[in-house]
Design a binder for this molecule. Structure first.
Ligand code: HEC
Ligand code: HEC
Length: 359
């Protein structure tokens, strides 16, 4: 009798465990179908050495990754963050201006995204400095994603089969809120870091990682032509928080930083861009006016205009726009050097890739 009861109990436990497993498999199906890496191991810059914190941020960033690539964050379900920030080209767009909601064009060129924790400020004019505030801005911006009121998003996302489980895994329960969405997207874009370029390998001691021509280009960049004064201020070529006028035009059509601060001395200044991945993030400048790095070098070589706030570094001793007259060989070397800043690990890393691209 006792044996039968025991057997029955075991059978019951087996049935319960089996059916739970089955249910779990069922509800996890959609997440599996999203092709998330088994162990996301997303790089998160501030884990305070606490593996549990790192693990929970990984889950939040994993959710952020799905949100980043999900067209449902736009009014017509057609535009995701990933439409204008494409991984294969350093999370920028290969268009002068990007096409957002219902074909509207953005007013500026989409910058690549990497290592935002070093950016100091965000956007070409620095109008934002917090990734967590930023992430809802494009969603609600009409040109980009067309959603007027982010408060409508939680219900919209809750109707999709895959979010309940992703929110639960990230935050412990499956309620969706605007704040949770924002934090998750912020955690994901914060995790996109560039630390594995050939230049990094070289700086870490692998002297064969870059060629003699590339080293020559690096010296021209940092010493002869002083490009590094602006572009390598904090080291690592991540750009930075200061704003400069590089004499693109004599008079300004876009006031840049000046439109944010209201100071005339900021007119025509733009944030110094991050040069990591620059070889693959054409077109260039805030308005995407240059198609190639050669065009950019032609600008610095002999095209600097006498604009009102032209940076002193780009003026000669008499205060006129500098004519650098960079030779063809030097241009080639500088471009070769800029190619050492491409991070092939980052742009092919599955943990940053589009989870909706089913293989
Ligand atoms: C229609 C194209 C488009 C979409 C969609 C879009 N962006 Fe952008 N993004 C841009 C453009 C253009 C800029 C530059 C705007 C500026 O500086 O004025 C930008 C700038 C950024 C920046 C600043 C990068 C830096 O270095 O300062 C981040 C981060 C960013 N976007 C993240 C996102 C996220 C997250 C989403 C989705 C919620 C998103 N973007 C959706 C076009 C887009
Ligand atoms: C006075 C500071 C300053 C100096 C010096 C300077 N730059 Fe720049 N650079 C900038 C700023 C600011 C921008 C963005 C300008 C804009 O879009 O309006 C920029 C843009 C660029 C871009 C385009 C990046 C992109 O993603 O669109 C490249 C490439 C570049 N610079 C390379 C160079 C080289 C090469 C030199 C030296 C010959 C140089 N820079 C000297 C400040 C500077």
């Amino acid at each position: 009798m006792k044996k039968t009861v025991l057997l029955c109990c075991i059978a019951l436990v087996v049935v319960i465990v089996y059916s739970c497993k089955k249910n779990n498999n069922k509800s996890s199906l959609n997440v599996v179908a999203l092709n998330l890496p088994a162990s996301p191991d997303i790089y998160y810059s501030v884990n305070f050495g606490d593996p549990h914190y790192a693990d929970s941020m990984n889950k939040v960033a994993t959710l952020g990754r799905v949100l980043f690539y999900d067209g449902h964050l736009s009014l017509n379900n057609a535009i995701s963050c990933g439409s204008c920030h494409k991984q294969s080209i350093g999370f920028c767009d290969n268009a002068t201006f990007s096409t957002g909601y219902e074909g509207h064009l953005t007013k500026r060129n989409s910058p690549g995204i990497n290592t935002l924790t070093f950016a100091g400020s965000l956007f070409w004019d620095g109008r934002e400095n917090n990734v967590f505030n930023l992430s809802l801005r494009p969603i609600t911006n009409h040109v980009e994603m067309g959603i007027d009121d982010p408060a409508t998003l939680p219900d919209k996302l809750a109707a999709l089969p895959y979010y309940g489980q992703l929110f639960k895994s990230a935050y412990g329960d499956n309620t969706i809120t605007v704040e949770k969405i924002t934090v998750a997207i912020g955690a994901f874009i914060n995790s996109i870091a560039s630390v594995k370029t050939r230049l990094d390998a070289y700086n870490q001691g692998d002297k064969s990682a870059i060629s003699a021509q590339e080293i020559y280009g690096m010296n021209l960049f940092n010493t002869k032509y002083n490009c590094g004064t602006c572009h390598n201020g904090g080291g690592g070529y991540y750009g930075g928080g200061s704003f400069k006028d590089i004499g693109l035009d004599e008079s300004y059509t876009d006031l840049g930083r000046g439109a944010i601060t209201g100071n005339a001395s900021d007119n025509g200044t733009f944030r110094i861009p991050n040069l990591r991945n620059v070889a693959i993030t054409a077109p260039y400048m805030h308005d995407g006016r240059y198609k190639t790095l050669g065009d950019v070098l032609d600008h610095y070589s002999h095209g600097i205009a006498n604009s009102q706030n032209l940076d002193p570094f780009l003026k000669d001793a008499k205060g006129n726009p500098l004519n650098m007259n960079i030779s063809d060989d030097e241009k080639k070397a500088i471009i070769a050097f800029l190619n050492t800043l491409t991070d092939y690990t980052m742009i092919t890393d599955p943990k940053f890739s589009n989870p909706f691209n089913l293989k």
